[in-house]
Design a protein around this ligand. Structure first.
Ligand SMILES: Nc1ncnc2c1ncn2[C@@H]1O[C@H](COP(=O)(O)OP(=O)(O)OP(=O)(O)O)[C@@H](O)[C@H]1O
Ligand SMILES: [Mg+2]
Length: 303
C-alpha cells in the first residue's frame, strides 16, 4: 500500500466541527514539504481555507494558498455546467442548457446530481490528465462534508451508475467509483475529537464505509487533545492536600477532562481497525499559519 501522501486523492471527513478543515490544511502543508504540488478542495460552499492562510477567497477558481499549495472551493452549480460542457463537448450547448428545463429535468430525474458533479470535480482534480483543462497536481485533498453527507458524496457515483443503465454518464460514474474504491489511489482520513459522540461517529464511519463502499480508513486523527499535566499520583496528592484552593480545583477539573479524553482515545483505538494519530489542542484564540505549521509538523511524524 502506498503511503497516504503517495495516493492521488485523500478524503478527509468526520463529525461536524471536529477539525476536518484544519487537518486537511495541515495535511496539505505536509504534502508540499514532501515536494508535492497539492490542491485542497473544499465542498458544500465552505470557504474557510482562504481565511486560515490569510488570502482572498476565490470561489470555484484554483488559487494559491502557499507555495505549491492550492485550493478550490467547489460550487455545485458551476461544477454542473463544467460537467455538462465536458459531457457535451460544447461550451455553448452547456450554456444554453445550464438554466434550462432540460437541465432541471435531468437533476429531478436523477437526485444527487450535485453530489455526483462535486465528487466528479474532486476526481478530476486528482487526475494526471484534467478533463476540465485545469493544472495538474500530485495530490488532491478533499475537505469532505461531515459523516452522512460525506458518505453520500462518495456513494453518488455508484448510485448514479445503477440509475443510468447505459451511456457515457454511467461509464464516467463507474470510472469515478472505481477510483474512489482503489486504495492505491484514494486514501481516507477521519478526524475526531476525544469525546464520546465523535468517537462513536468515527467507529460508525469505518463500518459504513466498509459496508456501503468497501472502503477503509487509512488514518484516524484525534484532534485537540489536552496535555496531561499531572500523573494520577500527583492528582491524588493535590486532591488530598489542596482541595479548597481555587486554582488547584481548576487544575483538577482540567485533569478530569484530560482523563476523559484519554479514555475516549483508548476506546477509539480499541474499536477501530485503522491506526490513530493525535494532534494537540492549541491554546490560541484563532488558528493561523503558525499553528497550521505546528500541526503539520506533528502530523508529519504521525503519518
Ligand atoms: N488542534 C486544535 N487546537 C485548537 N483549536 C482547533 C484545533 N483544531 C481545530 N480548532 C478550531 O476548531 C474549530 C473547528 O475546526 P474546523 O473548522 O477545522 O472543523 P471542521 O470539522 O472543518 O468544521 P465543519 O464541520 O464546520 O466544517 C475552528 O475554530 C478551529 O480553529
Ligand atoms: Mg470544515
Amino acid at each position: 500500500m502506498p503511503s497516504l501522501l503517495d495516493r492521488r486523492l485523500v478524503v478527509v471527513t468526520g463529525k461536524g466541527g471536529v477539525g476536518k478543515t484544519t487537518v486537511a490544511a495541515a495535511l496539505g502543508l505536509v504534502a508540499t514539504r514532501a515536494g508535492k504540488r497539492t490542491v485542497i478542495c473544499e465542498v458544500a460552499e465552505q470557504e474557510r481555507l482562504s481565511d486560515l492562510f490569510g488570502v482572498d477567497a476565490s470561489g470555484h477558481e484554483e488559487r494559491e494558498l502557499a507555495p505549491n499549495l492550492h485550493s478550490v472551493s467547489v460550487d455545485p452549480e458551476l461544477a454542473k455546467e463544467e460537467w455538462l460542457r465536458y459531457q457535451l463537448k460544447s461550451g455553448t450547448l452547456a450554456g444554453v442548457l445550464g438554466g434550462s428545463s432540460v437541465f432541471r429535468y435531468l437533476s429531478a430525474a436523477a437526485p444527487g446530481l450535485s453530489e455526483l458533479v462535486t465528487i466528479g470535480k474532486v476526481w478530476d482534480l486528482a487526475q494526471l490528465e484534467r478533463r476540465t483543462g485545469g493544472s495538474v497536481f500530485d495530490l488532491a485533498i478533499v475537505d469532505a462534508p461531515a459523516t452522512g453527507h460525506g458518505i453520500a458524496m462518495l456513494r453518488a457515483p455508484s448510485t448514479y451508475a445503477s440509475v443510468a443503465r447505459v451511456g457515457p454518464i454511467r461509464r464516467q460514474a463507474l470510472q469515478i467509483d472505481a477510483f474512489l474504491r482503489d486504495r492505491q489511489r484514494t486514501g481516507v482520513v477521519v478526524v475526531a475529537l476525544p469525546e464520546e459522540m465523535p468517537v462513536n461517529e468515527t467507529l460508525d464511519i469505518e463500518r459504513r464505509l466498509a459496508e456501503e463502499m468497501e472502503m477503509a480508513i487509512d488514518r484516524a486523527v484525534v484532534n485537540a487533545l489536552y496535555p496531561e499535566r499531572f500523573t494520577r499520583d500527583e492528582a491524588e496528592r493535590l486532591r488530598s492536600v489542596q482541595r479548597e484552593n481555587g486554582a488547584v480545583r481548576a487544575a483538577l477539573a482540567e485533569h478530569e477532562r484530560v482523563r476523559g479524553q484519554r479514555s475516549q482515545l483508548r476506546r477509539l483505538r480499541r474499536g477501530l481497525d485503522a491506526p490513530v494519530a493525535t494532534l494537540p489542542f492549541l491554546f490560541e484564540p484563532e488558528l493561523g499559519l503558525d499553528q497550521l505549521d505546528e500541526l503539520a509538523r506533528r502530523l508529519e511524524r504521525a503519518l
